[in-house]
Design a protein around this ligand. Structure first.
Ligand code: ADP
Ligand code: MG
Length: 606
């Protein structure tokens, strides 16, 4: 029940189908029971053990419905067929076939209406998970493995689908089957049915004991699945390194260790799960055996039940076994689904620490100044930036230089609000960026990083990513500014050439210029370049440098550079060390100072 409650909001849009499914399931259960009950008059005909009823019976209340219906059938067959037993049998057979046909048809329809619910819920959960994945802060993913996210979206949602079906059967079809059968059994013999009532809670208790650990085990299985999907993801994205360093064996072992653990957890889980059917079957057979002994006594010795009623009764009792088996099996599946639902909901209910404020401001232009006011920031325990203050006036180019690890990229992460500062504020035109909508903030900025992130698509679509409605002409212009137009034209299909996974079909310099074209097309007033040229050889660096200088014209830029030759013309050079500013000024001033910057320049010109 808890499980249904968790998923309830996903089911609501498909309520209609749930009701239809329930409706047909109830009919299904009803016809299933009627089929067995209808056997009784047929047996009566066969054994000729009922006195013939010649007067039309009168209906006297729902309590005696069974007698009324049977007597009426008896009366009807007698008046119609008389002594023609064969025809009477044929008639009964047709009735029974009719009932079972109705059962099959309603069974089909119950499934028919369940399908849109299942696939709809599946789709909605996946969509919501994906949407959440896109909106969760970057920091979430530096802690979680990618494979874990994939596993939740694929495997856990699949598991939910499976168990949701099981669940709906569990709460409607099978219980009603049992209910109707028990009702008819009570009508036939209250005394006998008492035994069944004693056995049901006992079986239920035993079965639920066995199922206790299932949720935890299923959780382990799913977690391990996330781990080996992560290994697979790392393997695929690092294939060249993996092969180049002959690390196949190492990765092979890592993968196998994970799949071995997966195998063990799964074996444990499935072994428990398959215990459900045999247990309930055995308990059911014990019940039936008891019924046979005691019921036989009532028939043969005490003669309070007649033979055909008893056979029909045993038929009904046996008919309860299958649904009981299914319920215990379904309840085990639901436990596994419950673990998956928890994993899915964990992501869906994750509060993003970077949520927009309720009345966040939509900022459409950058007019004046960006200021870092005394900010401190840490990813984990150690402060990466300490009391950092800096003003960046509109139209200026500011360069951040310093050793690797000094916190330069962190500045880029903070101003784009991938992370929030721990202390101090970052303001744009005097407004804290925490008060802006993230979307409008990021609209103000174009970002080019060291790793040009390209997608397996055409060149045009990769450029248009930042501005999907851009015209072809705009794309061409952006490519020209990015110094990329010529080489793109030389590609087999020009702008429509597919560039492969991660842009792998292009050289590093070409990839970078496409990434720059993307930033140009976005046409944001603030440009952030994080080591945009440092992955390139000298030749392509020159090409890209031209592209960058074109782009930075008339814009405000924050340039993070490793190679100092590229930033000599910056209006202000900020030298960082261990998260603090140690020097600032323009190139001449800093050289004249003969400090850290001078040392860095000297080292590079060697
Ligand atoms: P730079 O760009 O100047 O080379 P970074 O700003 O990338 O340096 O990193 C500054 C420090 O922050 C480094 O010591 C690095 O180890 C740490 N760091 C960077 N990213 C993360 C992260 N996602 N989680 C934890 N620590 C990080
Ligand atoms: Mg960096």
């Amino acid at each position: 029940m808890d499980y249904i409650k968790k998923l309830w909001r996903f089911i609501i849009p498909y309520k209609k189908y749930a009701y239809l499914n329930i409706f047909f399931n109830i009919l299904y259960a009803l016809f299933g029971t009627l089929g067995f009950v209808a056997l009784i008059p047929m047996l009566d005909v066969l054994f000729e053990n009922k006195e013939v009823i010649t007067a039309e019976p009168v209906f006297n209340g729902i309590a005696n419905i069974k007698d009324y219906v049977f007597d009426y059938l008896n009366f009807y067959m007698n008046s119609t067929y008389g002594d023609d037993k064969q025809s009477a049998l044929n008639f009964m057979a047709i009735i029974i076939i009719g009932i079972f046909l109705l059962k099959s048809i309603t069974g089909y329809f119950s499934g028919y209406f369940l399908v849109p619910l299942r696939s709809g819920v599946l789709k909605d959960i996946r969509d919501e998970l994906y949407d959440k994945t896109i909106h969760l802060p970057i920091s979430y993913f530096s802690e979680k493995r990618k494979g874990d996210t994939i596993s939740r979206i694929v495997a856990d949602v699949g598991e939910i689908q499976n168990s949701l079906l099981a669940m709906l059967e569990l709460i409607v079809r099978e219980p009603f089957t049992i209910l109707f059968a028990l009702g008819s059994m009570l009508a036939i013999s209250g005394k006998l049915t008492l035994f069944v009532f004693i056995f049901i809670p006992i079986s239920g208790f035993i079965i639920s004991r066995i199922g206790k650990v299932l949720k935890k085990r299923s959780d382990k299985v799913m977690k391990e699945q996330g781990i080996f999907l992560s290994i697979l993801d790392e393997t695929l994205s690092g294939l060249t390194v993996l092969k180049g360093f002959n690390a196949q064996q190492f990765f092979n072992n890592r993968f196998k260790n994970s799949t071995t653990r997966f195998k063990n957890h799964l074996t444990n889980l499935l072994r428990r799960q398959i215990l459900a059917s045999p247990t309930s079957e055995f308990l059911g057979i014990v019940t039936i055996a008891v019924l046979l002994v005691y019921g036989g006594h009532l028939v043969l010795v005490e003669k309070v039940i007649d033979g055909s009623d008893f056979i029909g009764y045993i038929g009904l009792a046996y008919g309860i076994l299958t649904p009981a088996k299914k319920i215990s099996k379904a309840s085990y599946k639901v436990k596994a689904g419950n673990a998956s639902a928890d994993r899915v909901l964990e992501v869906l209910n994750m509060q993003s620490s970077l949520e927009d404020k309720e009345n966040a401001i939509e900022k459409v232009s950058f007019d004046n100044i960006i200021s870092f006011k005394n900010i401190s920031f840490k990813y984990e325990d150690n402060y990466v930036l300490k009391n950092f203050s800096l003003d960046i006036p509109k139209g200026k180019t500011i360069a951040l230089v310093g050793q690797s690890g000094s916190g330069k990229s962190t500045i880029a992460n903070l101003i784009t609000r991938f992370y929030d500062v721990n202390e101090g504020t970052i303001e744009i035109d005097g407004i804290s960026i925490k008060d802006l909508t993230k979307e409008s903030l990021r609209d103000l900025m174009g970002l080019v990083t060291q790793k040009s992130i390209l997608f397996n698509d055409t060149i045009k679509n990769n450029i248009k990513l930042s501005h999907t409605k851009a015209s072809d002409q705009d794309v061409f212009d952006a490519a020209r500014v990015a110094n990329a137009y010529d080489f793109i034209q030389e590609q087999p299909e020009g702008f429509n050439t597919n560039i492969g996974d991660g842009g792998g079909k292009l050289s590093g310099g070409q990839q970078q210029r496409i990434a720059i074209a993307r930033a140009v097309l976005k046409n944001s007033p603030i440009m952030i370049l994080d080591e945009a040229t440092s992955a390139l050889d000298t030749e392509s660096e020159k090409m890209v440098q031209v592209a960058l200088e074109n782009m930075m014209k008339n814009r405000t830029s924050i340039v993070i550079a490793h190679r100092l030759s590229t930033i000599q013309n910056a209006d202000l050079i900020v030298v960082m060390q261990k998260g603090e500013i140690v020097e600032q000024g323009n190139h001449q001033e800093l050289i004249a100072k003969n400090g850290t910057y001078k040392k860095l320049v000297d080292m590079q010109s060697l």
